[in-house]
Design a protein around this ligand. Sequence first.
Ligand code: MG
Length: 342
Amino acid sequence: MKPFVPERISLASGAGGRAMRNLVESIFLNGVTSPPGAVGADAMDDGAAIPLGNQWLVMTTDSYVVKPLFFPGGDIGRLAICGTVNDLAMMGATNVLGLTCGIIIEEGFARSDLERIQASLQAACAEAGVHVVTGDTKVMARGELDGVVLNTAGVALCERVVRDCTLQPGDRLVVTGTVGDHGMAIAALRADVGIEGDLRSDVAPLRSLIAAVLNAVGEGVTAMKDPTRGGVASALFEMAQKSGVSLLLDGPAVPIRHPVRATAELLGIEPLHVANEGKALIGVRPEALETVLAVLRAHPLGRDAAVIGVVTSGRPGEIVLDTGMGKRLLHEPEGEPLPRIC
Ligand code: MG
């Protein structure tokens, strides 16, 4: 059965969940081919991997349409660098050769805001240890675009590609820190509920954190994905479906900051469904678990790392949530509850 795509594209088709996957599978993968031996677009992983001698060339690209452009903890510039660095890292590619950055600006946009975005973007590059090596600038007429849109792409090398479809029964599921911070910070700003003071986006480059983990345990890491749009729930569904495994998720073990939980309740949004921009989900072989946790917790971006579940061999793609008071099946979210989160 062909995946459903509406006659006219809705915001849901960009929200990172099933609706977006349907759009990509039924339109953009049509006629797509991949170089021999490559992890290509049809893999729908965090990036592509092309064999290059005895290494892999990893590429990824992402566009940024976040609203508002500036938010507690970051802005569109920091987001554009971290998003691409993190997608490369999720493929195991922490040796970053360079990034590109394209920008489309609406006529009338303030120069001071562009300067602010550029300064933040460069600060994020310095923090991540990466460089923007080429770019592109376009301007559209007033009203033809909302403010500014960025696109970044990244190229990196690695010896071993880490996929999102290679979880194995018995793997432990590790999240590198608290869940829901980015999406909930944006949601609170947009809802104007006056509680956003306690909320900050977690947007951060995971390059050194992931490099440390891979250096320590190598193939002890079986799979990785960053839980961006659609949150931890969407990312886990994708990993489980593509790996043909089921997951047992330990609800109370999922680290969620108090203000995130409180805001989620107020707004009626499930924290597991909202975007993170500085977190990774990692499948870990049981014998590597202690080392992975120690390495993560020794890094400033991994202090709150936690084991949140285990991979099982039940029905493929099924996620059982243990709430602490009972078990129930988790439903796959349609996608991010709010559009334009990243
Ligand atoms: Mg990703």
